[in-house]
Design a protein around this ligand. Structure first.
Ligand SMILES: [Zn+2]
Length: 376
């Protein structure tokens, strides 16, 4: 075969060079930066649009949340729309927010929400669906509630940094009559406890099945539990919770996190997966009177989980402090429970408490410069 003319040859070389080169560059990029950062925070009990008002310190919190490729939390309120039902409770524990507050959660950097909790039902089964609708309209992934039990139990699937992530969410405790999803009724994916205080076998089976299925379709699965089973001391993690968290890892979860008790619980590592038994609150627009909750309730952390080729390579914790007394005492409820990145002695105190309550689980911390890493 005669050699191609110079022009054709150059074009051919260019084509060959650009073809494999592009592919190679793509593969190289994938190999060199396969890191994925999953960011987890305390629950979002939001009732006022922080994004509209702003406050000193808010931007730093948002920047921290946005450091992750994907950030997740629990939405600890119903989003009320004309499609919601009537309120199913009254007083300070009725949690209601509007679409602007939900949009703010998205604007803060969250991409996926757990909706399984004891407030999902605050505006009835219609309210469960109305919230889910609005969350989806915002383009947020959502898990833990649905139009029936199958949907509530199903994983939410989404992508971040080119990788496939799933979230499976459930709730235990304080799910009122009518709040749990059933075969043909909307509600929460409930993990019930038996009279002996152990997970109900059918609920456990459904949840672990969902995680197993999700792990076949994703690179990472995050399991979430909204846990209102606490005994005399709210800060003590029950043994069943530890066993349950580990069973989610055995089923394929890469990480487990929880809220419910309104303060941070310890952290445990199990088979390379971090288990956060309680991350407290990121936003806490509680209408309770000052002094109702102990000091630790106003502490939290933003957690960055860095993965590389599906393995955890770094766990970083940024301490967060919330104000119990409103920035404007004349508008106490509207201006309290706001997160700020903690600094100085406050940061040290938050991280040392977390270190101390995690020590019985064999978890070791390195605290430096106002943040902490967990030794892997
Ligand atoms: Zn709750």
């Amino acid at each position: 075969m005669p050699p191609p003319c110079d022009h054709t040859r150059r074009a051919l070389i260019a084509a060959i060079a650009s073809g494999p080169l592009v592919l190679y560059a793509h593969e190289t990029t994938k190999t060199l930066t396969p890191e994925l950062v999953i960011t987890l925070t305390g629950q979002a009990l939001i009732a006022h649009d922080l994004c509209a008002v702003g406050y000193p310190g808010f931007d730093q919190v948002v920047a921290e949340i946005r450091r992750g490729d994907i950030a997740m939390t629990d939405l600890e309120t119903a989003i009320v729309t004309p499609a919601s039902g009537a309120a199913t409770r009254e007083g300070v524990f009725l949690h209601a927010a509007g679409v602007p507050e939900l949009a703010c959660v998205k604007q803060m950097g969250f991409g996926a929400l757990a909706l399984a909790n004891n407030h999902a039902f605050d505006f009835g089964r219609e309210g469960v669906l109305a919230t889910l609708d609005e969350v989806r309209k915002q383009g947020l992934a959502a898990a833990g509630t649905g139009k029936n039990l199958a949907e509530a139990a199903r994983a939410a699937h989404f992508e971040a940094n080119g990788q496939r992530i799933a979230l499976v969410a459930m709730a235990t405790g304080k799910i009122r009559e009518g709040g749990a999803a059933e075969d043909a009724l909307p509600g929460v994916n409930e993990l019930r406890l038996t009279s002996l205080g152990e997970p109900d076998a059918a609920d456990l089976d459904r949840i672990l099945q969902s995680i197993r299925l999700a792990s076949t379709r994703s690179d990472y699965v995050v399991a979430y539990l909204h846990n209102h089973d606490w005994r005399e001391d709210k800060s003590v993690t029950q043994e069943w919770t530890r066993r349950f968290a580990k069973s989610t890892v055995n089923a394929g979860a890469s990480a487990f996190f929880a809220h419910g008790a309104p303060l941070m619980h310890g952290v445990e590592l199990y088979r390379g997966a971090p288990l956060f038994y309680g991350l407290g609150s990121l936003i806490f627009h509680s209408r309770t009177a000052p002094g109702f909750y102990r000091h630790e309730v106003w502490q939290s952390a933003i957690v960055h989980l860095s993965y590389h080729d599906r393995k955890i390579v770094r766990i970083e914790l940024i301490p967060v402090a919330l104000n119990e007394i409103g920035d404007d005492p004349g508008q106490q409820d509207q201006t309290r429970g706001r997160p700020r990145i903690a600094g100085g002695r406050e940061a040290q105190a938050i991280l040392e408490r977390l270190q101390q309550i995690s020590a019985p689980f064999g978890t070791k911390f390195k605290i430096h410069d106002g943040h902490a890493t967990i030794l892997l």
